[in-house]
Write a protein that binds this ligand. Structure first.
Ligand code: NAD
Length: 251
């Protein structure tokens, strides 16, 4: 009989494999490995009896099914998939009324700190400082800009009392004209095996502030996700949408 534990969705992927491998380090048991490439290819109701928590790092197309499973069976969720559609975000918000869930576009402590620093810099440096964000990832990444880049850009927008949609400029080409004040440039580099790099440049007149994070090892995200699962299981959590800051006990 299967011992109850984590159900890992996307278990054959780059992230999923490491989640399964490192779970015992945090004292967590993996009850089931779900992947369209694996023996258990979907998250069906038969897994409800063994799922203490679900960790999903798969693909946006799977997000709604995972959220529905967790909601229906009252199972806490750690969701790391990026590139979610607006409808997925809505499903996540609705599920957070019934179950505790941790969602982060980036589960590393360093990026968590970078988000805070970028928000603070955007608050301290007025719109006279242009902001440009460059991110780089491996050639197999399917979404752009990265979820982390979007989260960083939203921090800048919030600090400047506007929305990302109002200020984002995705790449530039041709006769683009002079740079409008307040624009936020986003640029995605893809290639090789880059785990993840995010650089936010605040460009002033005669000076620059650059805030940057480089992920050197995918396990930083894996440990953050597993720590989130431990946190959800460690004591009863009220339904809600939590972030890495809640898990780590910091803002
Ligand atoms: P990957 O392509 O290596 O792995 C994805 C796995 O999910 C594959 O094995 C695939 O077969 C499986 N899968 C896809 N759709 C499925 C479905 N409907 N049902 C079951 N299995 C399915 O990708 P990866 O690099 O491991 O990344 C996975 C996701 O996690 C991506 O969205 C990526 O951007 C995100 N990610 C998030 C963080 C973070 O910190 N939040 C860090 C790294 C990656």
């Amino acid at each position: 009989m299967t011992v109850p534990g984590l159900v890992v969705v996307g278990a054959r992927g780059r992230m999923g494999r490491r989640i399964v491998a490192l779970a015992p380090e945090l004292g967590l048991t993996v009850a089931a490995e779900v992947d369209r490439e694996a023996e258990v290819s979907s998250l069906d109701a038969s897994l409800a009896s063994v799922a203490r928590a679900v960790i999903d790092f798969s693909a946006p197309a799977q997000a709604q099914a995972t959220i529905a499973f967790c909601r229906a069976h009252k199972v806490p969720l750690v969701l790391g998939t990026t590139g979610l559609a607006a409808a997925d975000e809505e499903a996540l918000a609705a599920a957070a009324r019934d179950i505790p869930l941790v969602f982060a576009a980036n589960f590393s402590l360093g990026v968590h700190v970078l988000l805070t620093l970028v928000g603070e810099a955007a608050r301290l440096l007025d719109e006279g400082w242009d902001v440009e964000l460059v991110e780089a990832h491996h050639r197999k990444k399917v979404d752009a800009p990265s979820g982390t880049a979007l989260a960083l850009a939203r921090r800048v927008a919030a600090a400047r009392h506007t929305s990302l949609e109002a200020i984002a400029r995705h790449g530039r080409e041709g006769q683009v004209g002079a740079r409008p004040r307040g624009e936020l440039g986003l640029h995605a580099v893809r290639g090789g095996s880059v785990v993840g790099e995010h650089s936010v440049r605040f460009l002033g007149d005669g000076e620059e502030v650059v805030l940057e994070h480089r992920a050197l090892d995918r396990d930083i995200f894996v440990r953050g996700a597993l720590r989130s699962a431990s946190w959800l299981l460690g004591s009863p959590r009220a339904p809600g949408r939590y972030g890495l800051g809640d898990v780590l006990g910091r803002d």
